[in-house]
Design a protein around this ligand. Structure first.
Ligand SMILES: [Zn+2]
Length: 74
């Protein structure tokens, strides 16, 4: 149990650093290619619209928190 908790804390810390250093990750749908193959034809990825990147979930949460905090303070 203690090991599991330590691993979780370590993972969360590592993920926080990752979100701070690299806020963008490759698109999950196209694996960072920007295009997908469908019915034998190459199409622009509908998920990222050819941008090849997605914003990390942790970074999006941080951005939302910061926006809320900014709106709530003078
Ligand atoms: Zn994509």
């Amino acid at each position: 149990m203690l090991i599991a908790m330590a691993a979780l804390i370590l993972w969360a810390g590592g993920y926080a650093v990752l979100c701070a250093v690299k806020p963008f990750a490759p698109c999950r749908r196209c694996d960072g290619l920007g295009t997908i193959e469908r019915f034998g034809k190459t199409k622009m990825c509908p998920r990222c619209l050819g941008k090849k990147l997605r914003i990390r979930v942790g970074r999006r949460a941080h951005n939302a928190w910061r926006r809320t905090h900014q709106a709530g303070t003078r």
